[in-house]
Design a protein around this ligand. Sequence first.
Ligand code: ZN
Length: 182
Amino acid sequence: MAILKVARLGHPVLRTVAAPVPPAEFRAAETQRLIDDMIETMREYSGAGLAATQVHTLKQIAVIEVVANPRYPEAPEIPLTVLINPTVSPLTEAMEEGWEGCLSIPDMRGMVPRYTAVRLQAYDRHGEPMDLVAKDFFARVIQHEADHLNGIVYVDRMKNLATLTHLTEWSKYWLGVEEPAD
Ligand code: ZN
């Protein structure tokens, strides 16, 4: 396993749409190694998720996991989830604002509106189809990672950049604030 280099905002790879993984490659050693390395990288940097585009690989693969994450002290835990070729459809019209960060935009937080419930269809790392309904924080992380695979980052989704905040100021002025100030 290896810790991969994470592209930061401004790198064109973050603005590129990833290609679907052909089913014949789901279980290939190269795909499995990439998934293992993405999991290790996500854990090393305490991310809630990581998309392949962030590690310079234009494949529709993302990993998600939240285990008592110091970057999201309030967040509920999410078991390790590997998504290949995810499709995300909103199940509500309602959107809720919530804080997000991103390993590609280090030390920043911003308030981002997301659908509160989504249907996720994808394949797991064994090539088994998955079809589930995700809500709240899990739904938020899924939307964040699926966006990465389409060249979108969370700042694109912000309604008001006034909440875009460096982590040191966030801890001082915004920690615990649930509503944007707009
Ligand atoms: Zn991100």
